[in-house]
Design a protein around this ligand. Sequence first.
Ligand code: ADP
Ligand code: HMS
Length: 559
Amino acid sequence: MKKYTIGIDYGTLSGRAVLVDVENGEEVCDSVLEYKHAVMDKYLPDSTKRLPSETALQHPQDYLDVLQITVPEVLRKGNVSKEDIIGIGVDFTSCTVLPVDKDGTPLCFKEEFKDRPHAYVKLWKHHAAQREADLFNKVAHRRGEKFMARYGGKMSSEWVVPKAMQILHEDEEIYEAMDRFMEAGDWVVMMLVGEEKRSLCQAGYKAVWSKRDGYPCKEFFAELDSRMENFVEEKLSNHIYATTDLAGYLTKDAAELTGLVEGTPVAVANIDAHVALPAVRITGPGKMLMIMGTSTCHIMMSEEEHFIPGVGGVVEDGVVPGYYAYEAGQACVGDHFDWLVRNCVAGSYEKEAAEKGISIHQFLESKVKEQLPGESGLIALDWWNGNRSILTDASLSGMLLGATLQTKPEEIYRALIEATAYGTRIIIEAFEEGGVPIEELYAAGGIARKSELMMQIYADVTNKEIHISASRQAPALGAALFGAVAAGSKSGGYDTIEEASEHMSRLQDKVYIPNADNVRRYDKLFQEYKILHDYFGKGGNDVMKRLRSIKSDAMRTRM
Ligand SMILES: Nc1ncnc2c1ncn2[C@@H]1O[C@H](COP(=O)(O)OP(=O)(O)O)[C@@H](O)[C@H]1O
Ligand SMILES: O=C(CO)[C@@H](O)[C@@H](O)COP(=O)(O)O
């Protein structure tokens, strides 16, 4: 009798369930649900009051809807009986955090808080806590906190503590009312098994926790704000579980919600990027995975702990127990192609793409795919949603240089692709200089499969071969692998993530090989990118920050 696990992957705009055959990793079917509230960056539901800039909120009801709709749908589509599901795994974008009360109810579900922005989920790309991140950095450096080395020397405004500080600074009542500030992944797992099992991966990368040292000390939090002295004890769970651990078993309520059997094993939550490594056959060092979608995450493992300036986090056991895993990232990749498509492309292009039966992205790509590197005369900086690595500064912004009256939208499109590739090369060089060599690149995520041009450009810019995930949804497949480990071999699953990866993961046959001529041309362009990168990003010219502050001032005046 065949056995299956279900991987549930929560992305930025949608959640999906994938039904996976445990024996060979075949993805039998999937079901995707777009979040009804999507990303709330302008208004709360039923409100006309404009949210402050850089806000990115979500509604947790959307996460429950994913469970209720997609899980029964994969059972139906796959024609599989619920008794044959031996385990469930969940992964989530991160740091995506929400305030909940003692019972785990999100504060935004409560009538009295439903018009309060800070009662909602703060999505990973909520960048409104930069002021708090700056304060965090100042205090940590003044105190000489050793933990900063694990986070590349800089705390990101995306992570847990700056986001909690923002709540305290802007809506103390919500801060007081929140019993815990939970990662959305942990919250969903709690909805499934009935209790919180805080994930090591999420706590390690996003909440300054380490296996060796735990969380930062009380004195540190007190210096951030005296009201935060007991932040860990009051707002976070101190019981941390490895992602290969069993979180618990499906409760009766969760079984009713999902249509699965009560008692089905559920894995501890994982982060979408990290969970994908075993799904592309990576269970050890030397191989960097780029998960390329709205944003890109770069994850890799090493036997040793290295502190690399600007690399977002190094966490012991962060992906596979026994290794140190590193995370770096680019906060805007697909998102800025989307920006271009939505704002700068003429209707005639859309019409032509529709007539050809291809997406506007593919159409733009087809118009520039034969160009040589540098032929457009353009170069861009890829910071249209700030810089996550290596500069770790959300207040930086995008830039396009070299535009003339002859510049075409498709050339800007290609320049943006190239900018993200240069950004990735900066990250790769930082790893290699920091003592973590990268032998091969792997790519997963929507873009890795959608854009051949982009993958070839990445191979040429980085001068490295790139292997591509065979799965359309590596994070969901990865979650299914962890579900198989939660089930264990006695139920037909696996006892280790290495075993699950060996049996359940696959790569495409196609490998992108660097083209020597393009590598040479891109080397020259990359040197130009580096000049701009260091000039605008390392204090040579803070014009981007000044513009941002002039903008905030203008917006305050208007409000
Ligand atoms: N052919 C393409 N080439 C490059 N980017 C694309 C293409 N088609 C869609 N995109 C971008 O891919 C992103 C979506 O990636 P995907 O992996 O599907 O989603 P997510 O990151 O939310 O999981 C969008 O931002 C979109 O701009
Ligand atoms: O930051 C992380 C992981 O640490 C991601 O969850 C975040 O970049 C969102 O990823 P997506 O672009 O939605 O795939």
